[in-house]
Ligand binder design. Sequence first.
Ligand code: KG4
Ligand code: ZN
Length: 338
Amino acid sequence: MAEKSEVRWLLAIETSCDETSAAVLDRGQIRSNIILSQDEIHAPYGGVVPELASRQHLKSIDYIVNESLERAGVKVQDIDLYAVTQGPGLIGSLLVGLTFAKGLAYYFKRPLIGVDHLEAHLEAAFVENPDIEFPALALLVSGGHTSLYFLEKPLTYRLLGKTRDDAAGECLDKIAKFLDLGYPGGPVIEKLARGGDSERFHFSVPKMKKPGYDFSFSGLKTAALRIIRENNLKRDHPALADFLASFEEIVVRSLLEKVSRAIIEFQPVALILGGGVARNERLRSGFTRLAEENKLPAYIPSPRLCTDNAGMVGALAWKKHRRGEPLVLDLELDAYPR
Ligand code: KG4
Ligand code: ZN
């Protein structure tokens, strides 16, 4: 469908939650990756307000796309291929990006590739390490998802387990909201936990009945709320840093425990970490340590590629294109919330 013989420039759009992002890739290499966060808009509510998110995407998308083209030094007419996140995410937010991408692709008669947001998070590790070996074990930890995958070969994702209730990031966000610490909770907790004693508070967490690879964070959240109430913990309480460090530690431990067991069962040759919570230093170092103990390489994207961004979406679309995804514009391409 592309009129030029060589497909070179790709424009990717990501609007699944509360980041408006556009990226331009040159033969699969990220040339610009513009991310506009809506954190300030949602902060007063302690979480993402879907209606506000989609309205804000509508306001920003045109500017962000133009900015990504300008930073990459290309004109919109030069784009050979479009990519967009189809889901999962907030339906209103997804539709803004999807409709915008479809409109551009339709007007300029170019193909459009739809991308899964979770697969894109896993692809982030490959952006800086294209030669990750297979089979690989991948832990995805974001605000909406906490899942463990077995990647037998490129572009195959076998889900081993996922959270049965809250995602890890969601759990951090909720505790931060309860303590009135700010939004998003993960980075605030990380900052305030610095220097805290992670062994001071003990969380009694009910064991899951079936020892599979599913995660659960609601028990941990309840245990955390109990400790907060019992100790009357508040923003300026002297034990706050110790509590937050202990909480972060137990979240990280619960995540790594599953990875550790899956390494034994599935014998991967590489470990991959992805998602917004992968920005967390305690998780990054714990994951690296676990990999070292098992003599495996650990691939963790740099922080900017962990949280939602169109660069990872473009990178995955490019890989799909190189592996034979047909170059078409399907105007029926739809968004999916889950
Ligand atoms: O992947 P992401 O940008 O959006 C989703 O797809 O959900 O992840 C956002 C999540 C939020 O829950 C946020 O609190 C968490 O990532 N997060 C962190 C850190 N930075 C972001 N959690 C812990 N430590 C951080 N430094
Ligand atoms: Zn995400």
